[in-house]
Design a protein around this ligand. Structure first.
Ligand code: XLS
Ligand code: MG
Length: 343
């Protein structure tokens, strides 16, 4: 069993901005964040295209690659690797109505351009993974798009990325809603179905984010299990979520420790990481957190993962078998509670 490797993105240390208020902590330069990530035990970093190359829209294709190569040198210096690059398609005015499912051709073309630049950046950073969180691929007004046409258009966009670089892999990160009202690719099942219908299904997998599964009313561990079963779990974004409400990106395990335990358990039991997969921590600090201590949610998420891993390693499979044989799930459930609650 390979050692778990942890990753985060620069956006996981943010200024505290949300829908109802602006940022209240000072911005930390990328170089400083990277240095701190290494210090707090992260192995690698996840990037949006414009985290890596901030002025991407106004640069030539060559300048983008050169800029990314400099970033790779900084990563090397800090002993970090890049896990993936994700085009931040939800930020730009061109993708107000979605990128891959845009209704205007120039907006679709923009989404493709940014995605192909993400592939270039990924290569310059030494990774073959592109992550697609399909933030606005769906509708705000249900009648605003023809769903079949747009799902085909989205699949075709994936094909264009796959054909651009014959070695590149796509990780779809499903989420049922927010910012879009209705997503066309809301769950792991949707993601795998679209992936299976691309030009090269072997190069399309998923990244399951705990909070996104919870927002869909599903269990994150079982979503991970489905992807694992078919060799498709290529990344996870661990965090937590207090029920079906706005996306919270809470510290892993703080809301539902049993659900978190089961996520660690399914990853551990199935040797997640043996093929280079990383444990991504897609967590955000509370808005109240002081600037002097704004990495604590990442440190805590890793610590909680490790504490739960100790519990998973103690799990008594013989006892479980006995309970299953007797169909005594009250007994098994209490065993799990004691395992979790006893020090
Ligand atoms: C937001 C997403 C985002 C992606 C990266 O909900 O989780 O952070 O993981 O593009
Ligand atoms: Mg995420």
């Amino acid at each position: 069993m390979a050692k778990f490797r942890f990753t985060v993105g620069p956006w996981n240390v943010h200024e505290g901005n949300e829908t109802f208020g602006p940022g209240i902590r000072p911005s930390i330069p990328l170089e400083e964040k990277l240095k701190t990530f290494a210090e707090i035990g992260m192995d690698g970093v996840q990037f949006h295209d414009d985290d890596a190359v901030p002025d991407i829209n106004n640069m030539s294709e060559k300048a983008i690659v050169d800029y990314a190569k400099d970033l790779k040198a900084t990563l090397d210096k800090d002993g970090l690797f890049a896990e993936f690059v994700a085009p931040r398609l939800w930020f730009d005015a061109h993708t107000n109505d979605g990128g891959f499912t845009a209704s205007k051709k120039e907006d679709y073309d923009f989404a493709i351009w940014r995605s192909l630049r993400s592939v270039d950046i990924a290569r310059a950073l030494g990774t073959d993974k592109i992550q697609l969180w399909l933030a606005r691929e769906g509708t705000l007004c249900a009648e605003g798009k023809n769903p079949v046409e747009k799902i085909i258009q989205m699949r075709d966009a994936f094909n264009t990325i796959l054909e651009y670089d014959p070695g590149i892999k796509i990780l779809i990160e499903p989420k049922p809603n927010e910012p879009i009202d209705r997503s066309y690719c809301g769950t792991v099942g949707h993601a795998l179905t679209v992936g299976a219908n691309t030009v090269d299904p072997s190069r399309v997998g998923v990244c399951i984010e705990s909070a996104h599964s919870i927002l869909a009313g599903l269990d994150p561990a079982d979503d991970m299990a489905l992807a694992i079963t078919f060799g498709k779990l290529w990344g996870v974004h661990l965090n937590d979520q207090n029920g079906i409400r706005y996306d919270q990106d809470k510290t892993f395990g703080v809301e539902n420790i049993r659900a978190a335990f089961n996520q660690v358990k399914v990853l551990y039991e199935n040797n997640f990481g043996d093929n280079g997969e990383c444990v991504g921590l897609d967590v955000k600090s509370m808005r109240t957190q002081p600037a002097s201590d704004c990495y604590r949610h990442i440190i805590n998420s890793k610590k909680i993962f490790e504490l739960l891993l100790e519990k998973v390693r103690k799990f008594d499979y013989k006892f479980q078998e006995e309970c299953v044989r007797e169909q005594n799930f009250e007994k098994l459930e209490m065993y799990v509670m004691e395992l979790l609650l006893n020090g």
